[in-house]
Design a protein around this ligand. Structure first.
Ligand code: KIV
Ligand code: ZN
Length: 390
């Protein structure tokens, strides 16, 4: 059975770039946008054009450059924002305006000092206005995660009637539990008339570490777009990480969901974004962290050397990592030492290995990690005559 396509909407250059310290100039953004297009994302959210002349220029250049992906500009439900975004994306092969407004009672009362009916009218007006410029209009119901489902359904129905092609249901504060977020999608699928005319989109923040789980719960319950960033960067604790959702769908074929992402570019893209933004990737980051395919405990190393699949659920080559690594520490066993010694040219017999291993442990207790050059030293300074133990 053919898999259902989940669109990947990358917001590294908008929600990701708005993080303090992650600012990029136009030339850096163009390099990243070109890579995202090559990676196979469906939509690139290139920026928030009204926010600054620099952002306008970047969105405009990205719109001219990108060949395959839809290029999207963010706006508030404000006519001027929409006009400026439309101008910035006008050269895109596939332009999209992403407009919206806060729909939770908290946003309606405190941010807008307004009421539900007024917000509903403003949402409709924004979508209708954006439709004057482009066919493809995505609507976001900001703080949908904390918006009452009944009211959210009314807003969704109204903006679909006004012409919205995509409905973004952001868990702006990262508050939802996966069951709750999934149930919200299911509720909208079942209660919004005309829902089949639009794509439901997940946009989850990671304040409780649930952004990826919530996005997956969203697509299991009918959403067909995930908004995410490379390395999960984004406002506060970040957004859903692109590499995580892509590999989850790939590694769980029974979900029957797929993306068009060329996963072999994931590691390199993660490194590129990290370097350009000056934002290091935590070593234990799923999929793209430097420890994601590194094995350091003796039990795990022994298993992986016998068969990689004992402790790895992803082939590192599938995400562009050349091979798994066997890291030598004081917790490593003989199998790992023999493996690494062989890689640098020593084929040790069992007796030789027993002898060298004692020397290795003394070294390893003094150093965090044993490198190839240390292996030579350990073997050469082992107080044994290797030939006599051959
Ligand atoms: O988190 C959020 O609600 C957003 C919207 C502006 C889409 O980033
Ligand atoms: Zn966001």
């Amino acid at each position: 059975m053919a898999k259902d396509k989940v669109h990947i909407f990358d917001t590294t250059l908008r929600d990701g770039e708005q993080v303090p310290g992650c600012k990029l100039d136009t030339s850096q953004k163009l390099i990243i946008a070109e890579r995202l297009d090559e990676l196979g994302v469906d939509v690139i959210e290139a920026g928030f054009p009204i926010s600054s002349p620099g952002d306008f220029a970047s969105v405009s250049e990205i719109a001219k450059l990108v060949r395959n992906a839809t290029v999207c500009g963010l706006t508030r439900s404000v006519e001027k924002d929409i006009e400026v975004a439309a101008e910035a994306i006008k050269h895109a092969r596939r332009p999209r305006i992403h407009t919206g407004i806060g729909t939770s009672d908290s946003h309606i009362t405190h941010k807008f000092k307004s009421n539900r009916e007024d917000i509903l009218e403003r949402a409709i007006a924004a979508v209708k206005y954006a439709k004057r410029f482009v066919e493809d209009v995505e609507f976001y119901a900001e703080d949908a995660g904390r918006t009452d489902n009944d009211y959210l359904a009314r807003v969704c129905e109204a903006v679909i009637k006004a012409g919205a092609t995509v409905l973004n249901i952001p868990d702006t504060t990262g508050y939802c539990l996966p069951e709750e977020y999934g149930a919200k999608m299911k509720y909208l699928k079942e209660n919004v008339s005309g829902i089949d005319k639009a794509i439901l989109s997940c946009h989850c923040h990671n304040d409780l570490g649930l952004a990826t789980a919530n996005s997956i719960s969203g697509v299991i319950n009918g959403a067909r777009q995930i908004e995410c960033t490379i390395n999960g960067i984004g406002e506060r604790a970040g957004n859903t990480s692109l590499e995580e959702v892509v590999m989850i769908m790939r590694q769980h074929p029974y979900l029957n969901l797929d993306t068009g992402i060329n996963s072999k570019l994931l590691f390199d893209t993660s490194q590129m974004v990290s370097q350009k933004m000056g934002m290091p990737v935590q070593p234990n980051k799923a999929i793209v962290g430097t420890n994601a395919f590194a094995h350091s405990s003796g039990i795990h190393q022994d298993g992986v050397i016998k068969n990689r699949e004992t402790y790895e659920i992803i082939d590192p080559a599938d995400v562009g990592v050349s091979e798994s690594s066997i890291v030598l520490t004081a917790r490593s066993g003989r199998a790992a030492l023999a493996f690494r010694a062989k890689n640098v040219g020593y084929e040790l017999t069992k007796l030789q290995l027993d002898a060298v291993y004692q020397n290795f442990l003394k070294f390893a207790d003094r150093k965090k990690e044993i490198l190839d050059k240390d292996i030579h030293e350990i073997i050469e300074t082992s107080a044994i005559d290797l030939k006599s133990l051959a």
